[in-house]
Design a protein around this ligand. Structure first.
Ligand SMILES: [Zn+2]
Length: 289
């Protein structure tokens, strides 16, 4: 009997010891698993971050306390175009500073386009900036364009001659990228090689991206202009303590008719509704001087 009890006790101790070690093993296994998976998640997050456009830092555009003013940068790409002068008249009527990102190959396309460019350039309300000479000869070739950063840089330099300008602000075709004066860069994969190259040649070229894009649907529907404005004002409201500069990308060719031009006037009137809105040129953006 005693022998059996002793044996049972021994077996109990053995079982407890086994359970104890099993418990330790489970803890070690669970911690290792957790470490590995968290690590993987972080790596995944890092990789995802790499692919995305890195959001501009707000250190450049810090908002002072109680400052409720908002700076809007209306930027028009891909001109000169057939609709550029009518568009310019609307902007003159609204009396808003506007930035035109011009393509050199468009200027050279006809004497008419050349005269349109000169009209814009002479107007004190407008400023012209670089949008490369070739505009990457789009139609699916944009990825290839960015594989040769030296060629992209030459395309930018070539356009400077047509713009006849010392300004070093460029908007890259087909990609939203920022390169500020104080070495802060925000880019997506497309422009990565170019940015590396610009660093190696110590280029002081600045790249101007955008925050919102007027896609063209807004040119046709006033309801969509309301939605577009709501999206912008929501962002302004959400970020009011951090950011006061908002760049809007539009294209000259999206203002071909009266409806589109009226919708643009309406959009500008919505932006003006907040009495603290100021319209500015690209070179007035913090870090772009
Ligand atoms: Zn463009």
């Amino acid at each position: 009997m005693n022998y059996t009890i002793e044996k049972m006790e021994k077996s109990n101790i053995l079982l407890k010891t086994k359970l104890y070690y099993l418990h330790i093993l489970v803890i070690i296994f669970a911690s290792t698993f957790l470490l590995i998976t968290t690590g993987c998640e972080n790596v995944k997050k890092e990789k995802k971050k790499e692919k995305e456009i890195i959001v501009k830092t707000d250190t450049l555009t810090q908002v002072k306390q109680n400052d409720t003013s908002v700076n809007i940068y209306l930027t028009f790409d891909d001109g000169p175009y057939l609709s550029t002068l009518a568009l310019a008249n609307t902007l003159i009527k609204e009396n808003v500073k506007s930035s035109f990102f011009v393509i050199g190959s468009q200027i050279t396309a006809s004497t008419y386009y050349d005269s349109v460019f000169n009209t814009i350039k002479k107007n004190a309300l407008f400023k012209t900036y670089n949008h490369t000479f070739s505009h990457a000869v789009t139609h699916g070739r944009i990825e290839k364009y960015y594989q040769y950063p030296v060629n992209v840089w030459n395309d930018i330099i070539k356009n400077k001659q047509y713009l006849d300008s010392q300004c070093n602000i460029t908007r890259l075709p087909g990609t939203n990228a920022w390169r500020f004066q104080d070495s802060i860069k925000c880019y997506c994969n497309k422009s990565k090689l170019l940015f590396k190259y610009l660093d190696t040649i110590h280029s002081n070229e600045l790249m101007f991206g955008w925050d919102f894009e007027w896609t063209g649907k807004e040119s046709r529907s006033i309801t969509l202009v309301d939605h577009f404005y709501e999206k912008i004002s929501k962002r302004i409201e959400d970020n009011k303590s951090k950011e006061k500069n908002y760049v809007i990308l539009l294209h000259d060719y999206l203002f071909k008719n009266e409806v589109a031009l009226n919708n643009l006037s309406y959009f500008i009137s919505l932006l003006k509704k907040n009495g603290n809105t100021e319209f500015k040129w690209a070179n007035e953006y913090p870090g772009m001087q």
